[in-house]
Design a protein around this ligand. Structure first.
Ligand code: TGC
Ligand code: FAD
Length: 389
């Protein structure tokens, strides 16, 4: 069993149900036992640890909020969030793998797919036997996916897809890609299977961030797929944006996990290291940093717990999710940067976690809507005036 206790300054454990605590602890133990011993090396090698996938599936961490008939466990939003928090305590790349599979691939197949698509993909994806990715971003359309140029043209009972997606997590290792493309009827989602002629997914290398995660381009050159591979349940940008609301929810919890890891590390380090004849933790400037960190973590925990309750009650709005993603990832990034500084020269090495988390969080702050885009979403919500364009 893990000896990691997390950060719980306000006794927020009391707000969790027994099931939520159990799910959290199971994931926590998995991270301590299976992720922590290998993640530093994976990061240095720029390798996603494929070997963990079967165990992740066995533990029920893939699509755990989906109904049991589709391989899920019917977990509520708080339990789901706690899984993301614990995984990202290990590494953002591990959480990314799981949240793309669950929230960006299984969820749209569940919410927008046909019964045949659900039966074909969901149980296998829940076990980790099949892997998926989500292609929305393009080389020239990131924050503004409405401008996408990838298109699908109907040809009898088939569709022909042309275009390219970029920065796609899990792309190269995926059996199926959920691809969003412009059609005469509006934006639609398509399931493009590995090996389909004209479809390739080369890996994007040379990243300084999310190194233990696969990031890929998706290229479509006259890719012909049957209409049975189109997601029939949604047309328009609200399709992919609806998926983002699911994934952003998990990321808001995930950011806390990375922040806790960095805070813990900075606390332990400064208690143990002496300069000028006493532990660093005994200096006022250091204590101010630690006080700020634990306060921000506690505020973030309250934010996502309430968000989870709103989601559970069916009252959550995308803007609520934006507030939590923006705040928790933004604050986690600040905490990681400060923690790195507090460890001095040691903070830049692979012996410690904070620089790995810091580099990862740069991506997390950018993907799923940049910090600025979430600022504008909130700005529009409170003023009624859109300032995107
Ligand atoms: P807009 O007119 O605002 O909306 C179009 C339609 O969509 C609805 N909608 C949403 N529905 C559900 N959830 C949301 N979050 C939604 N946001 C909007 C909206 O109600 C409307 O519906 P309807 O019925 O009226 O048609 O669209 P817009 O073009 O003005 O876009 C606004 C903007 C800028 C906020 C949006 O484009 C945006 O969020 N941009 C950011 C793009 C982004 O987040 N990309 C992420 C790509 S995936 C990724 O990064 C995965 S990383 C995974 C990992 O490794 O963990
Ligand atoms: P841009 O949109 O070009 O933005 C650049 C800068 O300009 C940002 O600071 C932004 O905030 C700012 N900006 C943009 N518009 C405005 C505005 N209107 N007003 C003020 N400032 C603005 N995408 C997927 O579809 N699937 C994935 O699986 C996926 N995984 C990813 C994994 C990684 C590691 C990374 C780094 C990205 C991933 N993405 C994925 C892409 C990600 O969602 C985009 O990078 C993100 O949406 C931002 O788009 P962009 O990089 O094109 O930046």
């Amino acid at each position: 069993m893990s000896d990691y206790r997390g950060v719980d300054y306000y006794e927020l454990d009391d707000l969790l149900t027994e099931e939520e605590r159990m799910v959290r602890d199971t994931t926590r133990d998995f991270v301590s036992e299976a992720i922590m011993p290998i993640i530093g090396e994976c990061y240095e090698e720029g390798r996603f640890p494929m070997e963990i996938i079967p165990q992740v599936g066995e533990l029920g961490l893939l699509g755990p909020n989906l109904p049991e008939e589709y391989g899920g466990a019917g977990l509520g939003p708080v339990a789901y969030g706690l899984i993301m928090q614990e995984l990202e305590r290990g590494d953002s790349g591990i959480r990314s793998f799981v949240s793309v599979q669950g929230s960006l691939v299984m969820w749209p197949i569940f919410a927008y797919g046909s019964e045949e698509q659900k039966a074909k993909w969901l149980p296998a994806m829940a076990k980790g036997e099949k892997i998926g990715c989500f292609g929305l971003t393009e080389p020239d359309h990131g924050s503004n996916p409405a401008g996408m140029v990838t298109h699908a043209k109907q040809d009898g009972g088939d569709w022909i897809i042309n275009g390219a997606k970029m920065w796609i997590t899990n792309g190269t290792i995926s059996d199926v890609a959920v691809v969003w493309a412009r059609t005469d009827e509006g934006i639609q989602g398509f399931l493009v299977e590995k090996g389909t002629p004209g479809f390739s997914a080369p890996e994007q290398k040379r990243k300084y961030s999310l190194r233990a995660s696969v990031t890929s381009e998706l290229v479509f050159e006259d890719v012909r797929i049957p209409d049975a591979n189109r997601l029939p349940g949604v047309t328009g940008l609200k399709g992919p944006l609806g998926c983002l609301s699911q994934a952003r929810y998990g990321i808001a919890w995930g950011g806390l996990g990375a922040a806790m890891a960095c805070y813990d590390e900075a606390l332990e380090y400064t208690k143990g290291r002496e300069q000028f004849g006493k532990p660093l933790a005994g200096f006022q400037l250091v204590q101010q940093k630690l006080a700020n960190m634990v306060t921000e973590i506690t505020k973030g925990q309250l934010l996502v717990w309430r968000l989870g309750k709103l989601k559970e009650a069916g009252k959550v709005r995308p803007q609520h999710v934006s507030m939590a993603k923006r705040n928790n990832v933004g604050r986690a990034l600040e905490i990681a940067r400060v923690a790195r500084d507090m460890l001095g020269a040691n903070g830049i090495t692979a012996e410690y976690q904070c620089m790995r988390h810091m580099c990862n969080l740069e991506s997390v702050n950018t993907y799923e809507g940049t910090y600025d885009i979430h600022t504008l979403i909130l700005g529009q919500d409170v003023t009624g005036i859109a300032a995107f364009a």
